[in-house]
Every structure is written in C-alpha cells, then in structure tokens.
Ligand binder design. Structure first.
Ligand code: EPZ
Length: 417
C-alpha cells in the first residue's frame, strides 16, 4: 500500500470526522511514563507515529492495550534499571520521550535525533533548557546520553518558540524539585493538551498556551482518563482540499477555536464557513482566489504544517501568491512535483516561492518525500484533471489514519494500492 491513485476533477461533498491529534497524542503518550500508573487516552489516532511511540513505551516496560475508544497505557512496571543501558531506538520521531524519561528515570540514552527532509531539526534548545534543570548531556558511541541526578526547577528563557523544547521542559518540570518558570514558551494547542493531561494526573501547571508557563514540581502523579483533541492540521488539510476542488463539506469535530489563521486564509481564497462546537461547514469557491502573501509563523500564526496544502490550492489561484516558510528551511520539496502537474511556481527566495495560478492541473506520477508534502500532493491529485499516482505514501500514513477513506467519504475517486 505504498501508492495512492486519484482520478481528480471532482468537487468534494459530504461529511468527514476528524481524527485525534498526532502532535497532541505523542507528548501525552510520553507523559504517561511520569504517572507509574494506568491511563486511558480516548480518541488516540491510529497512525504510524503513534505505533512507533507505543513500541518505544513497550520497550521501556509499559503495558499498552488498544481499546475500541482509545488506548490504555500502564507505566507501573517501568524500572530505573531498565533504563540504564537501554538505548531508546528511533527516538528522532519521539524526542518528547527525553523529558519524560529524565523525569521518571533520571537518565536516557537515545540515537542522536538527526535532521529530516524538511530541515536540520536541531535539539540545541532542548539541551539548553534541560541543562538549566540539572541535566548533563554527552555523546558516547554515537548515542546522545543524559543524566539528572537531581532534576531541579529553573527560570528558563527560550530565545525562540520550540514546541518540542517546551514539551520537554514541561515533562521534566513536573518531576523536578521546585518550580520551573518557562518564558518564550511555544503556544501551540498541543502544549495546552499536554498540560491538560498532566493536570488531570495531578500536576500543577499555569499558563499553558501562553508564552509564560509555570510548572510546580515534586507532586506525585496518578493515572487518568483523557480525550485527545481533534487534529487541527488534518482538519486544515481537508478544509484546504475543499478550497482547491470546490464543493461543500462538513468537518465533524474540527477544532474551530484553534484554526483562526487557516480560516482567515481560506476566506481570502474565496471560501465560506459556518462553525459550531460540532465542527465546521465549508463551502469552497468554484476557483480559488490568489492570496497575495501567505507566511507561516508559530501559533497562532498560519501553521507551517499546512503551508504545502495552501501552496497546492494556489496553483489554481486566480493570480499570484507569495508563500513564505519561516519555520523550517526546506519545506518546498513539493514544488518540483507540482511542476510535473503543470503548476507555475518560481523559487524567489531562500524560503519563499511565487505561485502563478494556472487554469488547470494535469494528473501525473508524483512522489511524497515527507508527511505534509505528501498530503498536499494528494490534494493536487484531487484538483487535477485526469489520473494522479502518489508514491511514498508511508510518509502520509505517519499522520493520517486513512486519508483515502476520508476523501472517499467526501466523494473523491481515490484508492490506496
Ligand atoms: C513540532 O515539531 C511538530 N511535531 C511539527 O509537526 C511542527 O511543524 C513544529 O512543531 C512546528 O509547529 C510534533 O509535534 C511531533 P519546533 P518540533 O521545535 O517540536 C527550530 C508534522 O508534520 N529548533 O517548534 O520539532 C527548528 O529547526 C510535524 O506533524 C531549533 O533551532 O518543532 C524549527 O526551525 C512536522 N532548535 C523551529 O525551531 C531546537 O532545539 C521550530 O521547531 C528545536 C527547534
């Protein structure tokens, strides 16, 4: 099932239920290590990145059981000794285990998380922050090792917002002695969800979702039942797909309060919306308008994870659109693939492209090189006339439970093969 086949040109119609959030589920799964108890996480998405995290938790001694409405994780049998020499493999996609392991077991060994297709993905901010909490880092045999004989609270100022570094400080801070005050924290909803889970477990945290978070350490934590919120990036993916194909869809459970920037851009594309706590009703334009400038930014700005999808829509825009990527250094890998479909895209800066809308895209064979770019190519295939074959789809399955099923429910002619 490495490819997706699409016969495009159909306006999307129908209702789709939005899955649980990948980027909320991953740090919350890591946080279950801190309780030494059992937690039930409802609405946990069944995606490859979650399966990878689950296998890491099992390798650390957790018992994990999938249930119909979620996943139960019991971390009572995680043992310090098990951590001493255990190199936690595959950590790059689960860097948030770093803070949780330091909080629970005071030490960790992991592959040095390298870069990926979209950028170098450094971890200097994680190290800078955790060192101030008493963590010692060193490299040994190609592994990154860390110990914290006495994890203590600190006053930390992050020079720029980092979702992962903010999560690691929170995960370590709930177990540290004393208070941690984090300034310059990331404000993404996934941080708020993580803090929501930890507060249900008995943690004391204030300021989640703001640039200043205070964590009171040293409180014992217990298991709980928690519902993973809906995935704002998956909802935004389907919303932008409707902007590109036209039609009208209902995004059940879409977290409208977290999607302000996306809705603002989609409205400028010519979309119309009606939203409630149930979800968002979306009416797409016959042809998208060109949005003169779309710039990604940390939350609550336009999310970098939806940049490729907005680019896809603007390939058919009525006019020119400048798209600027300010978060990651290499997030235009899809440009070459869209050109194969007849798009007119010019790289005009190190991190910006100018899209000149064309009247139609033609189906083509295209290759997904990373998660969100792959989803954007699927949108391109839905918008194009004729057949599109998207390869490299395991990247897409890292973050989307079943993108083909979801789009079929919206009337698309799409199958995975
Ligand atoms: C999280 O990645 C998300 N991943 C990403 O989603 C998302 O794009 C990103 O936040 C930004 O919103 C998960 O939550 C699992 P960052 P993260 O630390 O935490 C630089 C997806 O598609 N930086 O906020 O790795 C970094 O290079 C993924 O679901 C440092 O310089 O992102 C980037 O330029 C892709 N040093 C910027 O900060 C560091 O130590 C933001 O990165 C850490 C980050």
């Amino acid at each position: 099932m490495d490819s997706i086949r699409i016969r495009g040109g159909v306006a999307l119609q129908g209702n789709v239920c939005i899955q649980g959030s990948k980027n909320a589920a991953l740090p919350i799964l890591a946080a279950t290590l801190l309780t030494g108890d059992s937690s039930l996480l409802k609405n946990c998405p069944r995606i490859a990145d979650v399966y990878a995290m689950v296998s890491l938790l099992k390798s650390l001694g957790c018992t994990v059981n999938w249930q119909e409405n979620g996943i139960e994780v019991d971390s009572s049998r995680v043992r310090r000794g098990k951590m001493q020499s255990e190199a936690v493999k595959g950590m790059r996609s689960s860097l948030c285990l770093l803070g949780a392991l330091l909080g629970r077991c005071s030490e960790v060994a992991m592959e040095h998380p390298g870069g990926c297709c979209i950028g170098a993905r450094p971890i200097d901010l994680h190290i800078y922050a955790l060192e101030q909490m008493g963590v010692d880092f060193w490299c040994e045999d190609g592994m990154l090792r860390a110990t914290a004989d006495r994890l203590h609270g600190a006053g930390i100022v992050l020079p720029k917002p980092s979702v992962g570094a903010t999560e690691n400080v929170i995960l370590a801070g709930v177990c540290a002695e004393g208070d941690t005050i984090l300034e310059g924290a990331a404000r993404e909803p996934e941080i708020t969800a993580l803090c929501g889970y930890l507060k249900c477990c008995g943690a004391w945290i204030e300021g989640a979702g703001t640039e200043r978070i205070v964590i009171r350490g040293g409180r014992s934590l217990y298991g709980t039942e928690f519902t993973i919120p809906a995935d704002r990036i998956v909802a935004g993916t389907y919303l932008l797909a409707c902007m590109g194909t036209g039609g009208s869809i209902f995004l059940e459970r879409a977290p409208r309060e977290e999607m302000g920037a996306v809705l603002e851009v989609a409205e400028r594309m010519g979309g119309h919306f009606c939203s409630s706590d149930e979800g968002i009703y979306v009416q797409g334009p016959v042809r998208p308008r060109a949005v003169s400038r779309i710039e990604t930014a940390p939350y609550p700005g336009f999310p970098t994870d939806l940049q490729s999808m907005a680019l896809a829509v603007e390939t058919l825009g009525e006019g020119e659109s400048l798209i600027e990527e300010t978060i990651f250094e290499n997030r235009f890998r899809v440009v070459e693939e869209f050109r194969r479909m007849g798009a007119c895209i010019e790289q005009v800066g190190e991190r910006s492209v100018l899209v000149r809308g064309v009247s139609s895209l033609r189906g083509a064979d295209v290759d997904a090189k990373e998660l969100r770019g792959g989803a954007a190519l699927v949108i391109g295939g839905l918008m194009a006339q004729g057949k599109t074959n998207v390869t490299g789809c395991p990247f897409i399955y890292r973050g989307y439970e079943n993108i083909c099923r979801d789009f079929r429910e919206l009337g698309a002619r799409i199958i995975s093969v």
